[in-house]
Design a protein around this ligand. Structure first.
Ligand code: NAD
Ligand code: WQD
Length: 339
């Protein structure tokens, strides 16, 4: 079985490539390296012992993308990770986000259609729910007005895939990730934020290693037990494993509907202070942090109802918050050693 992984040198993509290879899939990566490095291919090979095929080009380039699909008409499926993901940047540069995230998806669907490739797994996000009225949030919760252009691209992408499935035989699984964190246990791959990280966990590990002076905790006046915001953090390897199951389900024709949607989280919410405490415990580091105002656009609390993924997909996240934080710390230490 041969799978195209777009964005396969990126954070979640690279972990998924390893899990696919370890499950016997042949992988072709397409990535334009706009937010990752070619050396990730070497790292993947070190872990799995298998070098994935890699083609470097922009999936918004119509000619190259359609040519790729023509050359790879024997693909059994596509996992589409490639996208821009920085929420703040999407507010500042909306056209960049709409163009990249939507144009690439449209061309991939076109290429699949032209070559009879039926199966696609798409990276969506819990951001499509905004602040849900009920917690934990289920897949049938209303999709609210997206706060950021990034979030909007995920909502529109889901619609594009659904509309397209209505008139073609393309089958899709939309995976709504909660907050992916951590790194592979080998510490050979992990998240490589370019510049100052926006996300909590890389900011924590970079502060502890001395790259940042202190972490700002955004708000302590939320309506939560300790006043800080709550998220459903999920280990990236657990997340990667869900993609193997999802693609397996599609290629073996086990899906119950042409388009299926699953939440991928642990089902547990942790506050910012709980994440910091876990980090301090597993790393034996004292973290320099300070409470500041809320960050505009942040929701107060969100965590997943994972029953559908558990029961129908047959997948459950296994790793604890401590394991997530330890792997993130080991990755930061490995990065320092490599410098
Ligand atoms: P990432 O930036 O590490 O990986 C994305 C990869 O796609 C990068 O390697 C980048 O170079 C590549 N890419 C981007 N645009 C491209 C294009 N036009 N052509 C070819 N390659 C392109 O991001 P990630 O964290 O691994 O996220 C993967 C997917 O999951 C994204 O779609 C993201 O929106 C989604 N997602 C991420 C999170 C998260 O917190 N990391 C949460 C929910 C959803
Ligand atoms: C987590 C918590 C912050 C940084 C984002 C995207 C979402 C999805 C995942 C792609 C929040 C707090 C953070 C810091 C802090 N990505 N925080 N100090 O905002 O839940 O989700 O990534 O789809 O779409 O919006 O993740 O890691 O930025 O924040 O206090 O320096 O940590 O306020 O409560 P978020 P995050």
């Amino acid at each position: 079985m041969k799978i195209l992984v777009t964005g396969g040198t990126g954070y979640i993509g690279s972990h998924t490539v390893v899990e696919l290879q370890q499950s016997g899939y042949q992988v072709v990566i397409v990535d334009n390296l706009s937010n990752s490095y070619a050396s990730v291919v070497d790292q993947i090979e070190k872990i799995s012992g298998i070098r994935p095929d890699f083609e470097e080009f922009d999936l918004c380039d119509e000619k190259r993308t359609l040519d790729f699909f023509k050359r790879h008409s024997d693909l059994d499926g596509v996992i589409h990770f490639a996208a821009f993901k920085a929420v703040g940047e999407s507010v500042a540069e909306p056209l960049k986000y709409y163009h990249n995230n939507l144009q690439s998806l449209i061309l991939i669907l076109k290429g699949m259609q032209e070559n009879g490739i039926q199966n696609i797994v798409f990276s969506s996000s819990c951001t499509v729910y905004g602040q849900p009225d009920e917690l934990p949030v289920t897949e049938s919760a209303p999709i609210k007005e997206a706060w950021s252009p990034y979030g909007h691209t995920k909502q529109i992408s889901e619609k594009i895939i659904q509309n397209n499935a209505n008139v073609t035989d393309i089958r899709a699984t939309l995976l709504r990730y909660f907050n992916p964190i951590g790194a592979h246990e080998s510490a050979l791959i992990g998240e490589l934020p370019i510049g100052v990280p926006n996300n909590l966990v890389p900011f924590i590990t970079q502060t502890a290693i001395g790259l940042r002076e202190k972490l700002s905790v955004f708000g302590e006046d939320y309506n939560t037990p300790d006043g800080t915001a709550i998220r459903d953090y999920i280990h990236v390897v657990d997340l990667a494993k869900a993609h193997v199951i999802a693609v397996d389900r599609l290629v073996k024709n086990k899906n119950q509907k042409q388009v299926e949607v699953f939440n991928l989280g642990t089902g547990n919410g942790f506050s910012v202070l709980e994440v910091i405490n876990s980090f301090e415990k597993v790393s034996a580091q004292k973290l320099n942090y300070q409470i500041v105002d809320r960050r505009p656009g942040d929701v107060e609390q969100v965590w997943a109802d994972t029953r559908f993924a558990n029961d129908v997909l047959g997948w459950k996240a296994e790793k604890s918050l401590d394991e997530m934080m330890l792997s993130a710390w080991n990755w930061e230490l490995a990065l320092k050693k490599a410098k």
